[in-house]
Write a protein that binds this ligand. Structure first.
Ligand SMILES: NC(=O)c1ccc[n+]([C@@H]2O[C@H](COP(=O)([O-])OP(=O)(O)OC[C@H]3O[C@@H](n4cnc5c(N)ncnc54)[C@H](O)[C@@H]3O)[C@@H](O)[C@H]2O)c1
Length: 396
């Protein structure tokens, strides 16, 4: 073989700090996070570190090994407690279903790991509270994976609001719509919100827009909620009939600490809607509109500055180097995809861990996850009692 003119690279020389990653769960999110960790050194122009995929954990050896090999993990565990104890792991990333978030995250924090946990933080408010306490006691960094905060268009919205471009905010109007259960004949196993953890649409997707409300507008002080199950029973794949009691649609009215009001709608029966998260914010000096199905754009209307003479919305392609979270190799106008929200979120967390930066305000900590959980509980209570609920009543 003629290798004239070939310069071999010495990989023993480390250009970047390294950080050990352990991921629990190899399903949709386990794979999404693994993909994001791998992408960080390739897509971020100045990565904080090179994530080293130490181990993946799950219960079924063939499946865990298959996924671990695909993503290049050094190995795998069949017991998450061993993952949580592995001294090579700095960040424990919990990508299990909603009802498994509590215990592994608590044990990982007790073992001194920095912990990422998928949303919603827990199914039970009391568990969320314990997770916040444990994070404080152990001093580890935490992030609840509210990944939509890390889309460039969302971060531009936050920047514009912080700069006062919208003036006084009057309205927040948000929806998160999917169609999984719109057909009563769809088998139970195919309707994510009514199967498995039976989380319902408020916990499953509504939590994202509750987080968005807090991220962009402010704290919610009171709310009213309405929850609905349209199809009270479904057949499973074997034809057996099961009752469905989780919400298939939720509507809430929100009152914010800064005088703004909001509406929120989550649904799993919106025929034709695959994954439409959208929101609009109206202020005294401007408005913003975002649609996840067109995630690289933010529609902006402002009554001030040169752009105001247009007297219409500008549809801004949020892909320019001057825009937030654009430290990737892609030039202007080259769109990021949905998975970049996770790339940006996980890179942020790694940067915070390595460089002792706070995860908040851009990342959602376990405290933020807990605050969203309070709002979910408040909507549940309001829907049950038919009464408006004050959020202060949820604090000790
Ligand atoms: N942020 C987002 O964009 C987003 C999107 C979808 C789902 N989620 C959330 O991510 C979490 C995971 O969802 P998913 O869609 O990846 O689910 P999934 O069913 O595809 O994967 C869950 C994984 O956890 C494993 N698991 C379950 N119980 C376990 C246990 N006791 N011990 C070890 N492993 C166990 C399963 O085997 C599977 O590998 C959920 O909390 C969900 O709400 C977040």
């Amino acid at each position: 073989m003629n290798l004239n003119g070939f310069y071999p690279i010495d990989y023993s020389k480390k250009d970047l700090p390294e950080i050990g990653i352990g991921v629990l769960g190899y399903g949709f999110m386990g794979q999404t996070h693994s993909n994001a960790f791998i992408k960080i050194p390739f897509t971020c122009a100045h990565p904080a570190a090179k994530p080293i995929l130490i181990a993946l954990a799950g219960r079924t050896s063939q499946k865990v090994e298959y996924t671990a090999r695909r993503f290049g993990y050094q190995g795998y565990y069949l017991d998450w407690k061993l993952l949580a104890q592995d001294p090579r792991i700095d960040i424990f990333d919990n990508c299990t279903p909603d009802d498994q978030h509590f215990l592994p995250s608590m044990v990982a924090m007790e073992n001194g790991k920095h912990v990422i946990c998928e949303k919603p933080l827990t199914l039970k408010l009391d568990e969320a509270k314990q997770m916040v306490r444990k994070a404080r006691e152990t001093g580890v960094k935490t992030m609840c994976c509210y990944n939509y905060r890390f889309l460039p268009a969302v971060r531009l919205a936050r920047q514009l609001i912080e700069q006062g471009v919208l003036g006084k905010i009057y309205h927040f109007r948000a929806k998160y719509l999917q169609q999984a259960g719109h057909d009563p004949n769809t088998p139970l196993e195919k309707v994510w919100y009514a199967h498995g953890t039976c989380s319902g649409t408020l916990l499953g997707i509504g939590c994202h827009i509750l987080d968005m409300a807090r991220f962009l507008v402010g704290e919610v002080t009171a709310l009213s909620g309405l929850k609905k199950t349209f199809i009270p029973s479904r057949k499973n794949l074997n034809g057996e009939i099961f009752p469905v009691s989780t919400d298939e649609g939720t509507i809430a009215l929100l009152e914010f600490n800064n005088g703004a009001i909001g509406t929120l709608e989550s649904s799993g029966v919106c025929t034709g809607r695959k994954n439409q998260q959208g929101w609009e914010i109206n202020g005294s000096k401007g408005s913003l509109v975002f649609d996840l199905e067109d995630l690289n754009h933010l529609q902006i209307y402002t009554t001030e500055g040169p752009i105001s003479t247009i007297q219409g919305f500008s549809n801004v392609s949020v892909t320019d180097p001057i825009h937030p979270l654009q430290a990737v190799y892609l030039p202007s106008g080259h769109n990021q995809g949905w998975e970049y929200g996770h790339v940006n979120a996980l890179h942020h967390f790694i940067d915070c861990v390595l460089n002792h930066k706070p995860v908040e305000p851009y990342g959602a900590t376990f405290e933020d996850g807990y605050q969203v959980q309070i709002l979910i509980e408040a909507i549940n209570l309001s829907a049950k009692t038919g009464k408006r609920v004050e959020i202060k009543d949820f604090y000790d």
